[in-house]
Ligand binder design. Structure first.
Ligand SMILES: O=C[C@H](O)[C@H](O)[C@H](O)COP(=O)(O)O
Length: 236
């Protein structure tokens, strides 16, 4: 296993061990790091006979829950979640996040917003001082297909940088999210922006469904480090 995968795994396992207990409703994030968390959760459920219910944040998360034989639920049945564990593309020093590199940001944000706490799991490359310092693929913005060109133009005109439609790799055409929307990726923005205000402003543009900026949502992050240790970060 590469040092990056080991870092993801140790962060994920520690978060599950520290934050999940018997009777919990757990929000299950998306991406590659969450795979290790679900594996650990499944181990603990078997070993400790835990009664845990899982609410997915994506089609991928749903499949992971099912393939690990965990109890699957949804927000209709469990609108209040004890803890959501999820990955991130970048985490700044205030625990503000960029998410949505895998296109799952909308459901992730809804589930996180229904949770008493959101715990982030990531490898050491995701840990930064300010957003945009490490992650160069841009801030994902989920939009209604009808409005993607005017939304792109409005963001570029007001804030600069460059906004592009995310294209699929194994299909000729755009990426379609689990919710039937498009994803715009915004690069070359100023890393010194006032992110809470920029986020609120972008969400106001008609046709914007959600942004991958998670501001003031996460309460703790676990970073797997290259030396095999796990760094814990909380909000100040
Ligand atoms: O859309 C994807 C999600 O926001 C992921 O949680 C995020 O991209 C981090 O993924 P990974 O754990 O693969 O780095």
């Amino acid at each position: 296993m590469s040092s990056l995968e080991t870092a993801k795994k140790i962060a994920a396992r520690k978060a599950v061990d520290n934050h999940v207990s018997n009777g919990n409703i757990v929000g299950v994030g998306s991406g590659s790091t969450i795979v290790y968390a679900v594996e650990r959760l499944s181990e603990r459920v078997k070993q400790e006979n835990l009664d845990v219910v899982c609410v997915p944040t994506s089609f991928q998360a749903r499949q992971l829950i099912l393939s690990n034989k965990l109890k699957l639920s949804d927000l209709d049945t469990h609108p209040e979640i004890d803890v959501t564990i999820d990955g991130a593309d970048e985490v700044d020093s205030n625990l503000n996040l960029i998410k949505g590199g895998g296109g799952c940001l909308l459901q992730e944000k809804i589930v996180a917003s229904c949770s008493k706490s959101m715990v982030v799991i990531a490898d050491y490359t995701k840990n930064s001082q300010c957003l945009g310092e490490q992650y160069k693929k841009g801030i994902p913005i989920e939009v209604s297909p009808l409005g993607y060109v005017p939304i792109k133009n409005k963001i570029e005109k007001k804030y600069g940088g460059s906004v592009s439609l995310r294209m699929a790799v194994k299909k000729a055409g755009p990426v379609i999210t689990d919710n039937g929307n498009f994803i715009l990726d915004w690069v070359d923005y100023k890393s010194t922006f006032d992110w809470p205000n920029v986020n609120l402003d972008i969400i106001q543009i008609p046709g914007v469904v959600e942004t991958g900026l998670f501001i003031g949502i996460a309460s703790k992050a676990y970073f797997g480090m290259s030396d095999g240790s796990v760094k814990e970060q909380i909000t100040s």
